[in-house]
Design a protein around this ligand. Structure first.
Ligand code: BT5
Length: 261
């Protein structure tokens, strides 16, 4: 059951001052973006939906969002430079991984935004930023951070095979109330998002929890395919791949793990 706005506000998170809970919505990302455009909006809005009928992944892909999952978007109006925005996806991934590991699920992070349990996706993160150009160059207007976590549902409910996706229910063999998930996840998100400008500690966790580093990978980005050994994640959260033609730095792309080293 999706918690009420009052219950979520009662968790007392510093990340938001307003909570919008909807039974059904096209995409929580859209609702949060609309909130960003409201007059006087200073960010700090959390949108949670019971289910999404048009849930979005990256590059316009669909995100299966039936009842039982935690589908949320957080509107943040940060006062840091635009270069820090891409780190938010990974800060959030570290927070979710920390939460999952705390409840006994050994999740790892597949660069850049997937939380995986033995090759099965349990959570996806999507950060969309809006930039405006001001007198002193580009300014980060707002970021909508979307998190989709499979909680009390079965992979079959997603139209995906049990080899592609998993859920908290599948991993633990029991359901966990969404309010409890939020109560444990939000403090971790607060910590990680609070260190976006510093990022050192997050980067350490990101590297040690990575499901990508040290593997041979094939990365597709904008019609281009890059193959090589994933050797690093840099301070911008970019993946560094060692290829036949030298080191390539990727800030976006889809990773496929290849066999062998
Ligand atoms: C993502 O995209 O992983 C980002 C997902 C973000 C979803 C949240 S939910 C709240 C907020 N509101 C939204 O509308 N979105 C955000 P990407 O890396 O492009 O992965 C998409 C791919 O994951 C799809 O093509 C499927 O193969 C797979 N997939 C779709 N739904 C899934 C699910 N529930 N669990 C696991 N895998 C899924």
């Amino acid at each position: 059951m999706v918690p009420s706005g009052g219950e979520v506000l009662g968790l007392g998170s510093r990340l938001f001052r307003r909570v919008v809970v909807l039974d059904e919505v096209e995409s929580t990302q859209r609702v949060a973006r609309e909130a960003a455009g409201e007059e006087g909006s200073s960010g700090g809005v959390l949108v949670v939906a019971g289910r999404q009928v048009g849930g979005k992944g990256r590059l316009g892909r669909e995100w299966g969002s039936p009842e039982g999952g935690l589908w949320l978007s957080l509107l943040i109006k940060p006062d840091y430079a635009p270069v820090f925005a891409p780190r938010m996806t990974q800060s959030a991934a570290v927070a979710v991984a920390g939460f999952l590991r705390e409840i006994g699920i050994a999740a790892r992070i597949k660069w850049p935004n997937d939380l995986m349990v033995e090759g099965r996706k349990i959570c996806g993160v999507l950060a969309e930023s809006s930039l405006t150009s001001g007198e002193r160059g580009l300014r980060l207007d707002y970021v909508v951070l979307g998190i989709g976590l499979n909680v009390n549902l079965d992979p079959e409910d997603l139209g995906l095979s049990e080899y592609q996706a998993t859920s908290i229910r599948r991993e633990l063999g029991r359901d966990v109330p969404l309010l409890e998930v939020l109560a444990r996840l939000l403090p971790k998100l607060e910590d990680e998002l609070g260190r976006v400008e510093d990022f050192g500690e997050t980067l350490r966790d990101l590297r040690s929890l990575s499901d990508t580093l040290g593997r041979r990978v094939r990365v597709r980005r904008l019609g281009e395919v890059i193959e090589g050994l994933a050797v690093g994640i840099d301070l911008e959260g970019a993946l560094v791949v060692s290829t036949e033609n030298g080191l390539v730095k990727l800030s976006e792309g889809d990773v496929e793990n290849l066999r062998g080293l």
